[in-house]
Design a protein around this ligand. Structure first.
Ligand code: SF4
Length: 319
């Protein structure tokens, strides 16, 4: 039996879902993720989290899940898990089962100013468990009821399940849906982001979302040195953004700060030992070497011009 009580949260139920793997692991979304995963259902006091950080196009975050089965080797959010007393970010996931009810309460308040809500800033809202829980559908229905603007980014083509709701919401207000794609190579993606949809499925999902009224984004973040930073790969990804008619494409470097560095480098050492020494040279600290960054940025700018891909999402933001 699995026993723990996450601190700082009101836990009312606990389930041991060892048998859960029987129906989830066979699905496309959980490929390569361990068959044993533990899920804790909780009820939360509020759905929205006000961010302290300014300079973002949104002030509020909504995360349905804590923990993420996508299992990205560079995941920056792993740290946020430890305060819950959980060890494995990818295999111990907390589900906020009453999140839509709480959201409704918050959006119906006369104090709420219809601020943009960023959905899934810490964990992917369309990760494998969402297939079962369908909480995003509930959340989107609440957003539609209150015509509340949203931003969402995912690595899963499960977002296509909710195309109807995204389209309906985008008919009322600002909706920005982005797919995060870091490589064009299925094998690399399987290694680096084992629980996410394949890059091609993500690209196809973006193409489908373009048919709705939502704005679409292509997030090439982080750029993966030596694995997916060669000119041919970067050109393919920019051409995908153009082909999917993404309204914008954001790119970002890989940062190896704090605990991410040792975790990521031990992954490289184990699975790509030929690049280990190069990574150590490229990352004397948390950020990549300056010359490397300007070379990659320079090449991406050239490709954006070639494929006419915009890199500014701010121009689509509601006034
Ligand atoms: S999708 Fe985001 S939160 Fe999930 S494992 Fe990958 S980087 Fe972490």
């Amino acid at each position: 039996m699995w026993l723990y009580k996450p601190s700082g949260l009101d836990m009312v139920r606990r389930r041991d879902l060892a048998g859960f793997s029987h129906y989830q692991v066979t699905g496309e979304l959980l490929r390569n993720v361990s068959e044993v995963m533990q899920v804790t259902e909780i009820e939360v006091g509020s759905a929205l989290h006000e961010l302290k950080r300014r300079g973002l196009p949104y002030k509020y975050d909504l995360n349905i899940y804590r923990g993420c089965t996508n299992g990205c080797k560079y995941c920056y959010a792993v740290k946020s898990h430890s305060y819950l007393g959980l060890e494995s970010f990818n295999q111990e996931v907390v589900v906020k089962t009453n999140i839509a009810d709480r959201l409704e309460k918050e959006l119906s308040s006369t104090n709420w100013k219809k601020e943009i809500i960023n959905i899934g800033g810490v964990c992917d809202s369309y990760q494998a468990l969402e297939k079962q829980y369908q909480l995003m559908r509930q959340v989107l229905k609440v957003m539609i009821k209150y015509k509340n603007p949203i931003i969402i980014s995912t690595k899963s083509d499960l977002i296509l399940r909710d195309l109807d709701l995204l389209d309906e919401l985008a008919g009322h207000t600002y909706v920005n849906a982005a797919l995060s794609i870091t490589s064009a190579d299925e094998n690399i993606a399987k290694m680096v982001e084992p629980g996410a949809s394949s890059p091609y499925l993500r690209f196809k999902a973006l193409r489908e979302i373009d048919k709705t009224k939502a704005y679409t984004g292509f997030h090439l973040m982080p750029i993966l040195p030596f694995l997916a930073d060669d000119e041919a790969t970067l050109e393919t990804l920019v051409s995908w953004a153009a082909e999917a008619k993404a309204d914008y494409m954001l790119t970002g470097m890989l940062y190896l700060t704090g605990g991410i560095k040792s975790r990521y480098l031990s992954f490289i050492k184990q699975y790509y030992p030929e690049y280990f020494a190069s990574y150590s040279t490229l990352y004397p600290k948390g950020g990549a070497d300056k010359d490397y960054k300007s070379k990659v940025h320079g090449y991406l700018s050239k490709m954006r011009l070639k494929y006419n891909v915009n890199n500014r999402y701010s121009k689509f933001l509601p006034k």
